[in-house]
Design a protein around this ligand. Structure first.
Ligand code: PEP
Length: 252
C-alpha cells in the first residue's frame, strides 16, 4: 500500500518582482481548493519575508532555492540555512542542475549544503539527474547513482530521514520535453532501490519527485507511476492555474 503523500513544489528560480510574486501567490491562494497533496513554493531569497507573511495560516510550505554550506562568517553574498529557516522555510533545494552547471557545485559541495540544511532542521530536496549526452551514452543509471551515493557516503543515510529526492533529467528542464512516465519511473525505481538497500524504512517512505517540464498535460500520467511521489515544477509554477492544476492531479 502506498502511504507517501505527494508533494508539488514550485521553483520560481530568478523570476518575478514584488508585484508579480504577490499576484502569483494571490492567484494560488484564491484558487487553491484543498487537494490531497502538499504544496510548497521556492521564491527568490529576497522575497522570502513577503511570501512568508502571505503564507501565514495557509497550508502552503515555503522553501529556499539555495543556501551556503557555512554556518556564518565572511562569505559575502551568501545566505545560511539558519537564515532561511528564520524566514519560515522548511525546505531547501540542494544540487539543482543549474547550480551544478553554472555555479560549479560539485558533489562534495552538494553534500556540504545537504548537511548544513539538515543541521538547521530544514528538509533538503536533493536534485539529481543526467545530461542528454550522458543519457545518449547509456550512463543515466551510473550518473544518478553516483550523485546520490556521494551524498549518502558524505552525510550518512540517517540524514535522509526528512529529505526528499528530485529526479530531474537536465535535458528535460525548461525544454518542454518531459521524460516519459516510463523513463522517469525507471530512474525513480532505481533511486528507491538504492535507498532501500541503505535503510528499508527510509527507502520506503522517502518521497521522490520528478522534475523536468512538468505541465498540466503531462502530470497525471507521471503521478500514476508507483515511485513518483510528486513534482518539482519550474516554468509551469509561474502560472497559478497551471501550478494548481498540477497539484490537483497529484491529489487524486
Ligand atoms: C526545475 O527548474 O526544477 C524545473 C523542473 O524546471 P521546468 O519545470 O521549467 O522544466
Amino acid at each position: 500500500m502506498r502511504i507517501r503523500r505527494k508533494l508539488v513544489a514550485g521553483n520560481w528560480k530568478m523570476n518575478g518582482s514584488r508585484a508579480s510574486i504577490k499576484q502569483l501567490l494571490n492567484g494560488i491562494l484564491d484558487q487553491n481548493t484543498e487537494s490531497g497533496c502538499e504544496i510548497a513554493v521556492f521564491p527568490p531569497v529576497v522575497f522570502l519575508p513577503m511570501v512568508q507573511e502571505m503564507l501565514l495560516s495557509t497550508r502552503i510550505g515555503l522553501g529556499a532555492q539555495n543556501i551556503d554550506s557555512h554556518v556564518q562568517g565572511a562569505f559575502t553574498g551568501e545566505v545560511s540555512a539558519s537564515m532561511v529557516a528564520e524566514f519560515g522555510c522548511t525546505y531547501v533545494l540542494i544540487g539543482h542542475s543549474e547550480r551544478r552547471a553554472y555555479y560549479a557545485e560539485t558533489d562534495d559541495i552538494v553534500s556540504e549544503k545537504f548537511s548544513a540544511c539538515v543541521a538547521s532542521g530544514l528538509r533538503p530536496v536533493l536534485c539529481v539527474g543526467e545530461t542528454l549526452e550522458q543519457r545518449q551514452k547509456g550512463l543515466t543509471e551510473e550518473i544518478v547513482k553516483h550523485q546520490l551515493q556521494m551524498v549518502l557516503d558524505n552525510c550518512g543515510i540517517g540524514t535522509f530521514a526528512e529529505a526528499i529526492i528530485a529526479y530531474e533529467p537536465v535535458w528535460a528542464i525548461g525544454t518542454g520535453m518531459s521524460a516519459s512516465p516510463r523513463q522517469a519511473e525507471e530512474v525513480h525505481a532505481l533511486i528507491r532501490d538504492v535507498m532501500m538497500q541503505e535503510d528499508s524504512g527510509i527507502g520506503q517512505q522517502i518521497r521522490l519527485l520528478y522534475g523536468g517540464s512538468v505541465s498540466p498535460e503531462s502530470a497525471s500520467k507521471l503521478f500514476a507511476e508507483e515511485n513518483i511521489d510528486g513534482a518539482l515544477v519550474g516554468g509551469a509554477s509561474l502560472n497559478a492555474a497551471d501550478f494548481l492544476k498540477i497539484s490537483q492531479l497529484a491529489g487524486h
